[in-house]
Design a protein around this ligand. Structure first.
Ligand SMILES: Cc1ncc(C[n+]2csc(CCOP(=O)(O)OP(=O)(O)O)c2C)c(N)n1
Ligand SMILES: [Mg+2]
Length: 345
């Protein structure tokens, strides 16, 4: 009886924005999967098995929240390179991630895209470019197409880092979307670093969302370490976009815990003390603790969840590693649509 009362009190005090237990556990699973896969990428790189992996530790909450607000089969995602959790959250499989990292023939692009640069028509996942802010005019173009074709109820979600907001394309894209009231959400994952450039050297005032005022669109700021708050902010913005209310700029304040990629060494430009201090806000154990405290899942359930994620990643690693590299005779395939060879035209 006493236990029941405690449980119901915990549940009553819990702002879940309409998310069911199943959705909350699915969000935690996506976050754990993202963390485990990123870890695997670094391990495989250090073992000399793959040339490169990127790192999104610290971005799990914003990405799991945004992915839950995204409507599969309707919305279009135009992400940037640090969005593994968003991609997993909308349906990308861990095995597909490993195929990309191992650059095997069975990968969507036959191992010819940069690692972690996914694309899927089925999932509404636009192909990714590593050129900073280059995705934004594409995202705005997709939103313009939705509006032009009168496809109501659909929206584009596009993401970028704090550094990307210094690019001309960022300003042009936000302005164009604002002028035409396009169905788009601009989600900034502000992790305070652009490789080795700190926020203070990136912009004169550190709140990206405030720029929305200058373009005449709503701007929202959210704690990027809180997946439920991120879900609520992105959902509100996507609903506005889908219902003809125009664009929104959402800024999620997060932090990049690891080096920029496996090719970077962040010890050369920031202190271990800074990183250790920010780790106290780590959203993955934080969300797990919250869900246990609020009786959404038990400690045993959480342990089982972590075991199942690790088993899935181990299995995906073994399967992907056993696959063949693409044959050299297929060099020109799966680069352009329908294996088009523009240099032969
Ligand atoms: C146009 C362009 N300039 C520079 C680079 C090199 N570069 C790759 S990632 C990066 C930092 C971007 O930082 P931010 O937008 O904050 O995203 P984050 O990596 O922190 O998530 C830079 C400068 C690039 N890829 N494209
Ligand atoms: Mg950044």
């Amino acid at each position: 009886m006493a236990l029941e009362r405690t449980e119901s009190k915990a549940r009553a005090a819990f702002e879940r924005h309409g998310l069911s237990d199943e959705q909350l556990v699915a969000m935690l699973r996506t976050m754990l999967m993202q963390r485990t896969l990123e870890n695997r990428g670094f391990q495989l790189n250090r073992q000399g098995k793959i040339p490169f992996a990127s790192a999104s530790e610290g971005h799990e909450a914003v990405q799991a929240g945004a992915a839950t607000a995204f409507e599969r089969g309707k919305d279009i995602l135009v992400p940037y390179y640090r969005d593994l959790g968003l991609e997993l959250g909308i349906g990308l499989e861990p095995y597909e991630v490993l195929l990309s990292l191992f650059a095997r023939a069975a990968d969507h692009s036959a191992g010819r895209q940069f690692p972690h640069h996914y694309a899927s028509r089925e999932l509404g996942l636009h192909t990714i470019s590593s050129v900073i802010a280059a995705q934004l005019p594409h995202a705005v173009g997709a939103a313009y197409a939705l509006q032009y074709r009168g496809e109501r109820g659909r929206a584009v979600l596009t993401t970028f880092g704090d550094g990307a907001t210094s690019e001309g394309e960022w300003h042009e894209s936000v302005n164009f979307a604002a002028v035409h009231r396009l169905p788009i959400v601009f989600l900034c994952e502000n992790n305070e670093w652009a490789i080795s450039t700190p926020l203070a050297l990136q912009m004169g005032q550190p709140d990206v969302y405030k720029r929305a005022t200058g373009y005449g669109i709503p701007g929202i700021v959210v704690n990027g370490m809180d997946p439920i708050a991120c879900y609520a902010a992105v959902r509100e913005a996507l609903e506005r976009a889908r219902s003809g209310g125009g664009p929104t700029l959402v800024e999620a304040k997060c932090y990049r815990f690891l080096s920029h990629t496996t090719d970077d060494d962040d010890r050369t430009y920031r202190s271990r003390a800074e990183v250790a201090e920010r780790r106290k806000d780590d959203p993955v154990p934080g969300f797990e603790r919250l869900l246990i405290e609020r009786a959404v899942l038990s400690e045993q359930d959480a342990e089982a969840l972590k075991r199942s994620v690790l088993e899935e990643v181990n299995d995906a690693t073994d399967r992907a590693e056993a696959m063949a590299y693409p044959a050299s005779t297929t060099l020109y395939e799966r680069v352009y649509a329908e294996s088009w060879q523009p240099w032969r035209e």
